[in-house]
Design a protein around this ligand. Sequence first.
Ligand SMILES: *[C@@H]1O[C@H](CO)[C@@H](O)[C@H](O)[C@H]1NC(C)=O
Ligand SMILES: *[C@@H]1O[C@H](CO)[C@@H](O)[C@H](O)[C@H]1NC(C)=O
Ligand SMILES: *[C@@H]1O[C@H](CO)[C@@H](O)[C@H](O)[C@H]1NC(C)=O
Ligand SMILES: *[C@@H]1O[C@H](CO)[C@@H](O)[C@H](O)[C@H]1NC(C)=O
Ligand SMILES: *[C@@H]1O[C@H](CO)[C@@H](O)[C@H](O)[C@H]1NC(C)=O
Length: 487
Amino acid sequence: MRPWLLVLPLFVSTGFSRLVAREGSKVIRVPFSKEKYPSHDVGKRDGVSKTAYQKLDNKRSTKDFLFYANITLGTPEQPLRLHIDTGSSDIWVETPGSEICRTSKNGCSIGGTYDNTTSSTYQYVEGNFAISYVDGQFASGEYAKDTFHIGGVGVSDVQFGIGFKGTSEEGILGIGFEARQSGVTKGQAEYPGLITQMVKQDLINSRAYSIWLNDLNAESGEILFGGIDAGKYDGSLTTIPLSKRTGFDRATDFIISLHGLTITNGDEEPRILMNESRTIPALLDTGASFTYLPQDVANQLVDLVGAQTVSEYKGPAVNCSKRAMDETFRFQFAGTSITVKLRDFIIDATDEPNEDNHILCYFGILGISEGSVLTLGDTFLRSAYVVYDMDNEEISIAQTIFNSTVTNILEIGIGPTAVPSVTRPSRVDSVPVTGTDSAGVSSSDPHSTTSGSPDISNSAAASSSISPLATFLTTFLISSLSFAVFL
Ligand SMILES: *[C@@H]1O[C@H](CO)[C@@H](O)[C@H](O)[C@H]1NC(C)=O
Ligand SMILES: *[C@@H]1O[C@H](CO)[C@@H](O)[C@H](O)[C@H]1NC(C)=O
Ligand SMILES: *[C@@H]1O[C@H](CO)[C@@H](O)[C@H](O)[C@H]1NC(C)=O
Ligand SMILES: *[C@@H]1O[C@H](CO)[C@@H](O)[C@H](O)[C@H]1NC(C)=O
Ligand SMILES: *[C@@H]1O[C@H](CO)[C@@H](O)[C@H](O)[C@H]1NC(C)=O
């Protein structure tokens, strides 16, 4: 049996204790499930010949996690599950009449569909919805508005796309900055996104949410709109301002400065991989499976774990037994640091031996060229509890507690000190996001041409991280190019 046949959509009830926030608090709690296999790929794979790429893709599928939330749309409510994506900023859903749902085997039943004709609260907006992601996925159709239910609350007049054409059987819940909406890159005006509507409708106090990804092997995590869960992290949250891209007076992405990186084994003196003289902007991306560091640093780590480019894998593969290594990384930010075990960067490539009877893992650190914005993906973010505060253009971060069963939900308020119980470092020196990225496009050139993709989507980054190197490079170039439009 191919490994992917073994992996059915995996939903696990979370068993979290009930919301314990004090009465009247404005927090929307949304448990999410992690699915080990993106189901929309099943259909895609059916017609594909057995190429090296396909093998890779199969392997990826078994241990690649995407995050899903159950929501409903319309009146009466139509249930859907959407893939949560902090890296894009539009919501779009499948509809029964779409090209892909009409031709797919299960008619998009896994993710669900939205039928405007049966919703009394449906409103037509306009016909020019189109979004594309760096991995080549896209969806296009119309914009609509309807009532959106999530985490037990109803949000009215939420704008979203209905995908008539596209590559995925499942819709996406993009919760990034409105400045990154797909239409904005094409010169359309921003529209109020889900989180703005939550604030306008007095469901949460400010545009802020927190994400607890939890352990790689845990099957669920949690997102809180308008709140934090102090039971899910160690010590206190430290607040760090987001970096703005050159030419922008506000933040458009969750980019902060990485001030240093060390690796240590037990009581050994830490080995400095990057010191403070090399402070680099880093994108926090829940969608990227891997973490992207400067090439020379990545090379040192590849040597340390003995990762290799195996022809069949193309990307860095490593013997899974290297999980026994005791090394721990320390990622240094202004006023705080997050530790991540080396073993958390070693990701199963497959559950089953391939034809040559080898079980290999992927090494979750890849190199990018000097001057690029780094990406701290899931391999890093699982070890962190992160509050994404769009109103104040800050993140607050702390060391996660894996598998914590303690729940202590606190409301995020209003204004500059909205996020409760945080520490603010006395010295804050975030570096501006300038320089040339790996595509060789000057990031300060606002006129760089791009296709206007919203890029860096969850699915995009997730697939780039496991694709053959060439695909990865292409993907990276595209994402860098699309970055350029904001610079
Ligand atoms: C989503 O809904 C499905 C089907 O009702 C259920 O099995 C699953 O546990 C739910 N997931 C979450 C995260 O609530
Ligand atoms: C649903 O959407 C389709 C496609 O845009 C449109 O033709 C139809 O009028 C809509 N249905 C209703 C009830 O508005
Ligand atoms: C968390 O729970 C998962 C699933 O039960 C388990 O595999 C994992 O080892 C746990 N992680 C830690 C750090 O205890
Ligand atoms: C930082 O690292 C560079 C080499 O990357 C080295 O030249 C420099 O002396 C180091 N600075 C400090 C303060 O350690
Ligand atoms: C992985 O390492 C183990 C232990 O060192 C070794 O027995 C095994 O042969 C290695 N596997 C591969 C595929 O190299």
